[in-house]
Design a protein around this ligand. Structure first.
Ligand code: DOR
Ligand code: ZN
Length: 438
């Protein structure tokens, strides 16, 4: 019996099966053998040599927008996501205005709704007024709270942790103890002003205040000792591609390599790489942190920290897989399946009936050089990644029944205009399939 489908995706799945994926109403309806009839439904055939997997899931991105739209906005940031094979992003709250009151959240929701080309959710900031805690934590777009270094010293933190724990929300820690870090002045390296110990101590500080049952995720862990400390408390962790590829010597190449936490000495980078190759981290997140090209051209002691990476994270991971540092299967584990579970993005990072139809097609053998063979959709450009030679590239991103990106080209008119849902349980609201007028 032929199935009615909005789209049928045909190709080789990441587990090696040849299959036809039937998509209906924004979700995977069924997965059948390669000879199953499409029943006249439109068919997308993944090119020879490619594999089809669940779209990548990035739980740490800064889309900026609002008053920081001159650095990046929800359109350019999610175009970079689409070009990187990322089907859902979780946006960070250090926006202007900061995402820590209902008014700012409403503004952010409106921008995401209007501009995002991929699915999205957000982390809320720790509010300054305890009356906002419940409103923020209960908002469907909010997966949990982000704790910045300074928040470790705010009295309201305890109430925020209690609220998160009560509502089953997650807290995400930026692990740098504010009493142990300073801004680097001329000639000092990041690792001196923001030492590894600051990372470890921040984790201890949060652990000492965590209420039972609270789910803590520690983001951009950059040193093995912090990894050990976090996991000893049962916290989940992510690492960034830039902390796996660059080291503190790269800081001499200018502000493009300035980031918090800073790039670490070579031996620590190697130890972090060994940790990921042994499967000791939960996820990878890009920490896509765009600033303007002008800002990043300033001297390092004056310029803002942050490295853009949404368009490149999957390419970097696929390159690590090509080099045998991680397996191809773990590219999806670290950057799709596990982050979806860790962040509570139900229905993402999976490839079975009922899952969100968010699919990426990857050519593991396609080679290129960032800044030359990439489109660089972010307003920040390729930044630190310029010149990085990769092997393995997302060649298509499918969301619902739309092909959002193909061969690096983002199809603006194919993206949903309707706001993307945050979880599959809310798919009914979002999926109306209107086209987006760009
Ligand atoms: O390097 C960084 N940039 N670290 C942060 O924590 C913030 C980020 C940004 O927003 O630019
Ligand atoms: Zn960040």
């Amino acid at each position: 019996m032929a199935e009615r489908a909005d789209l049928v995706v045909e190709g080789k799945l990441i587990d090696g099966r040849e299959a036809r994926i039937f998509i209906r109403d924004g979700r995977i309806h069924s997965i059948r053998g390669p000879s199953a009839s499409s029943g006249g439904s439109p068919v997308y055939r993944a090119p020879a040599g490619t594999v089809v997997g669940p779209a990548f899931v990035d739980i740490h991105v800064h889309l900026r927008g609002l008053k920081l739209a001159y650095k990046e906005d929800e359109r350019t940031g999610t175009a970079a996501a689409a070009a990187g094979g990322v089907g859902v992003v979780v946006d960070m709250p250090n926006t202007r205005p900061p995402l820590r009151d209902p008014e700012a959240l409403a503004l952010k929701e409106e921008s995401l709704h209007r501009l995002s080309l991929v699915d999205y959710a957000v982390w809320a900031g720790i509010p300054r007024d305890s009356r906002y805690l419940a409103v923020l934590a209960r908002h469907p777009l909010v997966l949990g709270f982000k704790i910045y270094p300074d928040d470790l010293e705010t009295p309201i933190l305890q109430a925020a942790l209690a609220e998160a724990s009560r509502l089953g929300k997650i807290v995400v820690l930026h692990p740098e103890d504010p009493s142990l870090i300073s801004e680097c002045r001329l000639g000092r390296r990041g690792v001196e002003c923001r030492p590894p110990r600051a990372e470890v101590e921040a984790i201890h500080r949060l652990a000492s205040r965590a209420t039972p049952g609270l789910r803590v995720h520690v983001t951009h862990v950059s040193v093995p000792k912090a990894l050990e400390t976090a996991t000893s408390y049962g916290f989940t962790v992510d690492v960034t591609p830039h902390h796996l590829v660059f080291n503190s010597e790269d800081e001499a190449r200018g502000c493009k390599f300035k980031v918090n936490p800073p790039l670490r000495p070579r031996e620590l980078v190697e130890a972090l790489t060994t940790a990921i190759s042994r499967g000791l981290v939960d996820c990878v997140a890009s920490d896509h942190a765009p600033h303007t090209v002008e800002e990043k051209s300033l001297p390092s002691e004056e310029c803002p920290p942050g490295i853009p990476g949404l368009e490149y994270a999957a390419r970097v991971l696929l390159t690590l897989a090509h080099r045998g540092i991680i397996s191809y299967a773990s590219v999806w584990r670290f950057y799709s399946t596990r982050p979806a579970i860790v962040a509570g993005l139900e229905g993402y990072g999976c490839l079975s009936p009922g899952c969100r139809a968010a699919l990426v097609v990857v050519d593991p053998d396609r080679e290129g050089v960032i800044g030359r063979t990439t489109r660089d959709y972010s307003k920040a450009g390729p930044g630190a990644w310029e010149g990085y030679g990769y092997r393995g590239e997302p060649v298509a991103l499918i969301l619902g029944s739309e092909i959002i990106m193909e061969n690096g080209e983002v199809h603006y008119d194919a993206a949903w205009k309707e706001a993307m849902p945050t979880t599959v349980s809310r798919l009914g609201r979002g999926l109306q399939g209107r086209s987006l007028v760009s």
